[in-house]
Design a protein around this ligand. Structure first.
Ligand SMILES: O=P(O)(O)OC[C@H]1O[C@](O)(CO)[C@@H](O)[C@@H]1O
Length: 516
């Protein structure tokens, strides 16, 4: 961290956020793809902003963009480029990037064929249900898309998701479905994830019990490991789709991994999502740092977390369509930058990715907003206000008013004097309990006409932000070695759970003894 940045942070730390914000109201706006991003309520002023931009330039953010979009090896520990952006590129590309771009087409065509009735169930009836089986990046993205635009889904198709190895999850997903008209889609980039293989095996038994060999027509597999999928099929047939190796799981919602959504929502809606994301790619690769939305937001993350020491960021999605976005972004940002060792193997000298949590506005106001307003931590918040404009105007006005009010009160607070002047009959004891300290910084994002394109652009913005933030921390945002140890240990504990082995750790051993 440059002494320059920490000096600015110290200088601004005790300045009232309300006055800092008032001085910047309306002139600290970033915009791209129809998204307007207000940064006035951050502990920043023009000097600190300029210092951050200088820091970003020195850190090579613009070169990082060139590296990403030129297919350079930006994932050194796995020696891979990160080509998720190619999946949504409209212009033709070269080499591997073009292969990645083309990889979406077979899934889109399959979706069109299912919707048109060209592809039907083994008995000839149209598919009436889809069960998407996958976990992590092979689940959160498709689930987010399906939930965000489910109101425009094809009538007559019931889409269910299953991720957990808890058998109840699949039982619920299959409950009441008829195997004869159900399509099971298994998504696993590695085709090696225990939860997904467990659920897929059970689903296959469910299909085969009813359909015998015809079950193959009811099974779709999306993976970057076709050989493993073939082995798992054991000579059976199935619809198999490619998921490029150069696309990280948590960056894969643009790929065939979202086949279930392509069928459920229609290929056209999915193509609109890709178009919006591509639009954000064009902004990201062509806009100088100072006005580059993902780069500036990555610098803001570095500022709040590594310079100002904020351990978390709270995402408040004031749009029912985006109610699953916080969960999706938890994986994207925390699995990407939840690390303390750089891609060079050295310890990173500053705090890295903040804990990200949040939920749907205004629902969260009746839950954790009490903590946000009067808790002992003043955490940075991020508002996304993007309701459908063509719905009941009273509701839209109310939602908008609540989002604006929350951001204002978090920043400006409410003093004891304000409380007493507005509610003079209160006892001092109660009046003090109504004081809001304020000083809670926030970013406020709005979009005039939320749409599949706006959605695509938003998610792509977060992807690039995550990449650039990883760059500022000197991390490799595309690997996730930290998830492996738990998986290894889980398989090592199974013999002890079965009573045919022992657990090395005494606490685990006593837990197993109690469980058995
Ligand atoms: O798509 P796969 O290979 O089944 O992996 C699922 C998820 O598991 C992880 O590897 C974490 O365990 C994620 O990165 C990934 O999205």
């Amino acid at each position: 961290m440059t002494p320059d940045l920490s000096a600015h942070a110290t200088r601004l730390r005790n300045q009232p956020l309300a006055s800092l914000a008032a001085a910047r109201a309306g002139n600290s706006i970033l915009s791209a793809s129809g998204w307007r991003i207000e940064l006035a309520r951050q502990f920043l002023d023009p000097e600190a902003d300029a210092a951050l931009v200088r820091f970003g330039t020195q850190a090579g953010l613009e070169q990082a963009a060139t590296d990403l979009f030129s297919g350079a090896i930006v994932n050194p520990s796995e020696q891979r480029p990160a080509l998720h952006w190619a999946l949504r590129s409209t212009p033709r590309l070269e080499g591997e990037a073009e292969t990645v771009r083309q990889s979406v087409q077979p899934a889109l065509q399959f979706a069109r064929d299912v919707r048109s009735g060209t592809i039907v169930s083994s008995g000839g009836a149209p598919f009436a249900a889809i069960v998407h089986i996958g976990i992590g990046g092979s689940d959160f993205g498709p689930r987010l898309i399906a939930d965000a635009f489910g109101d425009s889904a094809a009538p007559g198709i019931d889409l269910r998701f299953c991720a957990n190895v808890d058998p109840l999850d699949l039982d619920r997903a299959l409950a009441g479905l008829n195997p004869a008209t159900t399509l099971v889609i298994g998504v696993s980039k590695s085709f090696g994830t225990e939860e997904t293989l467990y659920n897929l095996a059970r689903a296959r038994v469910w299909l085969e019990a009813a359909l015998g060999d015809a079950a193959a027509q009811h099974l779709g597999l999306v993976t970057a490991a076709p050989a493993k999928a073939k082995e798992w099929l054991g000579g059976r047939d199935a619809h198999v789709f490619d998921m490029p190796l150069s696309v990280g799981g948590r960056f894969s919602l643009w790929s065939a991994a979202s086949l279930a959504c392509m069928i459920y929502l229609g290929a056209d809606t999915f193509v609109r999502i890709l178009k919006g994301a591509h639009d954000m790619d064009v902004h990201t690769r062509s806009t100088p740092l100072a006005a580059n939305v993902p780069m500036r937001l990555a610098l803001l993350d570095y500022w709040n977390t590594s310079v100002r020491g904020e351990p978390m960021r709270v995402l408040l999605a004031y749009a029912n369509r985006l109610r699953m976005l916080p969960t999706y972004l938890q994986q994207l940002e925390m699995e990407s930058n939840g690390k303390t060792v750089g891609s060079d193997g050295a310890a990173v000298p500053v705090a890295t990715a903040p804990a990200l949590w949040g939920g749907e506005g205004s629902v969260g106001q009746h839950s954790y907003h009490q903590w946000l307003h009067q808790g002992s931590q003043a955490v940075p918040c991020e508002f996304i206000l993007a309701p459908d404009r063509n719905r009941d105007p009273d509701g839209i006005t109310a939602l908008t008013a609540h989002a604006l009010a929350q951001a204002e009160v978090l920043a400006n607070g409410r003093s004891f004097a304000d409380v007493k002047s507005e509610e003079p009959n209160l006892t001092d004891a109660v009046a003090h309990q109504k004081v809001h300290a304020g000083g809670r910084p926030s970013t406020f994002m709005t979009h005039a006409t939320f749409s599949p394109e706006a959605f695509g652009a938003l998610v792509a913005m977060y992807e690039h932000r995550t990449y650039f933030a990883g760059k500022l921390w000197g991390l490799n945002p595309f690997d996730q070695w930290g998830v492996e140890r738990g998986k290894t240990m889980a398989s090592r504990l199974k013999p002890a759970l079965a009573g045919t082995g022992t657990a090395a750790d005494p606490v685990t051993a006593s837990l197993i003894a109690a469980l058995r």
